[in-house]
Unconditional design. Structure first.
Ligand code: NAD
Length: 317
């Protein structure tokens, strides 16, 4: 088994490094907080004196750091990974970071004959500890295949996203959608409670309605957007526009600010004015495609299979 270097043993890195160590890989660890390395040293890992020292003693070096600033300094700063790493070695960044940065770093590492992957993760601290983690990987396919057993040691959903930076792009898209959806949920629940319904029945409604069954991904994305087919409607835009309008009216009646809901209503009105009222409500995606100058088609994604995946992973974040 190759020797693995791990730099950044925080909430995520600590759990992932623990699973790598339990899988039997010899390890060299480093963190600016030396106390974070202690459990790994007690279990047989060696201590690196700097990122360069770690990289010089390992075939694969991993980093799990707060963000782009730390990644850049640990990768290419003084006594950084690039200083110590040897030609043929592999550097993998697991942080949620800037795609452009890892693309720039890859060029510098490649000049030294080193392979780079970006592999951000999703699943939280508990997922990092229990190996219940999605790992989205960008970089050369051949290198991905080579390190797959190592990635499998700490992630149960490891997949190839594309060229270098693709993992980071996918992760940012994932988190951005999550953040937007959380805001929409916050608006909905505050509206519901202020308009006189208890949180428990509201929660049941969300869980048991089409939202809980993730129809928004199945019907709205896999069946319509990916196919470029917004007709015949499963739920017509005209009806959706009526509903969001009734909800924003209720928000005004009860003085609940709902910026996301009101924005969604404006977009629905614009789509209605295109004459799209009889199409599926997901046709608002088409407006976003227009203003972005890009199309999102994936005709080979089978909607039935997409739905199955969603329902069999209810806890995936
Ligand atoms: P954290 O702050 O708990 O851990 C970061 C670790 O890096 C710390 O132990 C810190 O001491 C160390 N560190 C910082 N600067 C360093 C340096 N220059 N050299 C060596 N070590 C250094 O953060 P986290 O929650 O583990 O997140 C790590 C990454 O994973 C972030 O990019 C985060 O966005 C991402 N992430 C976090 C979660 C989560 O739920 N916490 C989930 C998915 C992804």
């Amino acid at each position: 088994m190759e020797t693995v270097g791990f730099i950044g043993l925080g909430n995520m890195g600590g759990g992932m490094a623990g699973n790598i160590q339990r899988a039997g890989y010899p390890m060299v660890v480093y963190d600016v907080r030396e106390e974070a390395t202690r459990p790994f040293l007690e279990a047989g890992a060696r201590l690196g004196s700097s990122p360069a020292d770690v990289a010089g003693r390992c075939e694969v070096t991993l980093t799990s750091l707060p963000g782009p600033r730390e990644v850049e300094s640990v990768a290419v700063g003084p006594e950084g990974v690039l200083e110590g790493i040897r030609p043929g070695d592999i550097y993998i960044d697991l942080s949620t970071s800037r795609p452009t940065l890892i693309r720039e770093l890859e060029v510098k590492f490649r000049a030294k004959g080193v392979h780079v992957l970006d592999a951000p993760v999703s699943g939280g601290k508990s997922g990092a500890q229990t190996r219940n983690l999605a790992v989205m990987v960008g970089g050369e396919r051949e290198i991905f295949d080579r390190v797959k057993p190592l990635l499998d040691a700490f992630g149960d959903k490891v997949f190839y996203a594309g060229e270098i930076g693709a993992g980071s792009v996918a992760k940012l898209v994932h988190n951005m959608i999550g953040h937007g959806v959380r805001q929409a949920i916050a608006e909905g629940l505050t509206l519901g409670v202020k308009a006189g319904v208890e949180p428990e029945p509201l929660w049941e409604c969300i869980r048991r309605g089409s939202l809980g069954r993730m129809n928004i991904l199945h019907e709205g994305v896999a069946r319509t957007l990916f196919q470029g087919e917004f007709e015949p409607p499963s739920f017509a835009l005209g009806l959706a526009r009526k509903d969001i309008g009734l909800a924003t009216d209720l928000g005004r009646e009860f003085n609940v600010p709902m910026p996301v809901a009101n924005l969604a209503e404006q977009i629905a009105i614009e789509a209605m004015n295109r004459g799209w009222g009889e199409m599926d409500s997901s046709v608002t995606f088409r407006l976003q495609e227009e203003v972005s100058g890009v199309e999102v088609r994936a005709p080979h994604v089978d909607p039935a299979r997409a739905a199955r995946f969603i329902t069999t992973h209810p806890d995936a974040e």
